[in-house]
Design a binder for this molecule. Structure first.
Ligand SMILES: [Zn+2]
Ligand SMILES: [Zn+2]
Length: 165
């Protein structure tokens, strides 16, 4: 399993492979170590370890999404639209439809080829190579809950120094 996360100590983006055989996550920038909780990975029916919760923060809520750079997907659509505008201006009707159809086809093919990855609602850590069926797709309500929790924590943190002054 492969993880990409933001180090809680120095905020550097850390990528690490073979998480299932490690006992701790280590930041490559500041060497901070995050011990992997014993209950975080549980072996599934096929013996492969399955993620039960986030390894970086205490959250047990993660969502499944395509491990696909969103910018690339948008880029393909924009390029297809731009190209079709050019052919449209040239009155190349067939070419215009071929480009639009091709663009849609590339997106569909990529969607099915790209593997799923798990993302933590709370800290944004991403896990790929986990065959987990424990977690569902993105849920706006859960996302909103975590966003509000984070906002509250930040507000508390910003109030604290004022109370001491
Ligand atoms: Zn760090
Ligand atoms: Zn997390």
């Amino acid at each position: 399993m492969h993880i990409t996360f933001a180090c809680p100590a120095c905020a550097a983006t850390v990528a690490m492979r073979g998480v299932e055989s490690a006992t701790a996550l280590e930041c490559s920038a500041c060497r901070a170590r995050l011990p992997i909780p014993a209950d975080a990975l549980v072996a599934g029916p096929d013996g492969e370890p399955r993620l039960q919760r986030c390894l970086v923060c205490p959250s047990t809520e993660l969502f499944l999404r395509k491990d696909f750079p969103q910018r690339l997907g948008v880029g393909i659509v924009v390029a297809g639209l731009a190209a079709s505008c050019v052919t449209w201006a040239w009155r190349e009707l067939l070419m215009t439809f071929a480009i639009l159809f091709g663009t849609a086809l590339i997106d569909v093919v990529l969607y099915f080829c790209v593997p799923d990855c798990l993302t933590c609602y709370r800290c944004g850590a991403r896990y790929s190579g986990d065959g987990s069926e424990t977690f569902g797709p993105f849920d706006l309500e859960t996302h909103e809950k975590h966003r509000q929790q984070l906002a509250r924590l930040q507000e508390q943190a910003s109030r604290k120094p004022a109370a001491h002054a």
